[in-house]
Design a protein around this ligand. Structure first.
Ligand code: FAD
Length: 319
């Protein structure tokens, strides 16, 4: 068993935010460990094709994750995947992470990059057609539905904005919403209502997805009458919210009402030496590029913090 291994920085999460932080920290000659509860790459590995990462015309998420991992390792970063975090202690100058296997890792700085997940409907067939007609990201996948008829589920601001943005590609977008009104700003509702490519099915919800290899139809239940109709569709975009993977940070660090980590512009959090980056932080746009940008800023800010800490510790010794 490996106990009390000390690092300059520990990164929690090996998605694009965490891997980028690992690249910058280890290239700055800081002893860096990345820990991930799953496999390396985060949500990128769920992405069949990434076509909007600058400098790379087209790449699978799995491949891009592999390149980022190799870069980090080449600079000396240690990466451990499929671990299980039991306890994090962030407050003191020396932070510690206890894993379920009994190993404890300590560091002077922590970068939190646990990402998140889109809220799912949790209905029959949803898991089968993820990436095969069902998507949770208009920016990522809208282009694949050019000229197609699709469904958008949700009634908040982002659902309406995303539905409008999908009309750039799709020939028809049908918004399915469970209430008789939208929980969105008036201007967002107006824009959706005035768009000739958008139809509405209100007071209704999807109860099942069907298809062969790809999604072909959905069952939609009218919540007033209880009647279920089957609709043919080429795709369904689900915009019913986002869940950050921050349950383990409750009471440990400042989170907002949605559980997102509150960060300053240098990605610092409410605790000295603790930074956060990527989809788990409070922000509007969640992409590989934004995660990579956040990870860069967090790593550079953490490097500064570690340098200042070293100076402070030297001064204490010489006094
Ligand atoms: C289907 C799909 C398609 C997408 N397509 C695109 C696209 O085409 N272009 C684009 O730019 N973006 C796309 N995105 C969005 C993009 O993948 C995310 O914005 C990005 O991956 C977020 O990076 P992240 O590092 O913040 O978090 P994530 O990628 O979510 O990585 C977080 C990592 O942290 C780990 N973790 C969680 N909790 C813990 C813990 N307690 N301890 C240790 N590790 C933990 C997880 O296992 C995960 O590996 C897509 C997303 C999905 C789901």
């Amino acid at each position: 068993m490996e106990t009390n291994s000390h690092y300059d920085a520990i990164v929690l999460g090996a998605g694009p935010a965490g891997l980028t932080a690992g690249i910058y920290l280890s290239r700055a000659k800081l002893k860096t460990l990345i820990l991930d509860e799953g496999i390396v790459g985060g949500q990128m590995v769920l992405t069949h094709e990434i076509a909007n990462y600058p400098g790379v015309e087209n790449i699978s998420g799995y491949q891009l994750a592999g390149i980022m991992k190799k870069q980090a390792k080449n600079f000396g970063c240690v990466i451990k995947s499929n671990i299980s975090v039991q306890k994090v202690e962030l407050k003191d100058e020396v932070k510690s992470i206890l894993l379920s296997d009994g190993n404890t890792y300590t560091s002077n700085s922590i970068i939190l990059t646990p990402g998140g997940r889109s809220r799912t409907l949790g209905v029959q067939g949803e898991d089968n057609f993820k990436g095969k007609g069902i998507s949770y990201c208009a920016t990522c996948d809208g282009d694949f539905f050019t000229g197609k008829e699709i469904i958008a589920v949700g009634g908040g601001n982002s659902a309406l904005e995303e539905a409008v943005s999908l009309t750039k590609y799709a020939s028809r977008v049908t918004i399915v919403h469970q209430f008789d009104h939208f929980q969105a700003f008036e201007h967002a509702i107006e824009e959706a209502r005035n768009n000739p490519k958008i139809d509405f099915i209100m007071e209704s919800k999807i109860t099942a997805f069907y298809g062969n290899n790809n999604l072909q139809s959905v069952d939609i239940k009218n919540l007033k009458t209880g009647l279920i109709n089957n609709y043919k569709t080429d795709g369904a975009f689900i915009f019913i919210g986002y869940v950050p993977n921050t349950e383990f940070l409750k009471e440990k660090i400042d989170l907002n009402q949605w559980g997102e980590i509150i960060v300053r512009s240098d990605m610092s959090t409410s605790i000295a030496g603790v930074y956060a980056a990527g989809d788990s932080t409070a922000k509007r746009f969640r992409q590989v590029t934004t995660a990579v940008g956040d990870g860069t800023i967090a790593a550079l800010a953490a490097s500064n913090y570690l340098n200042e800490l070293k100076v402070k510790q030297k001064q204490l010794i010489t006094v």
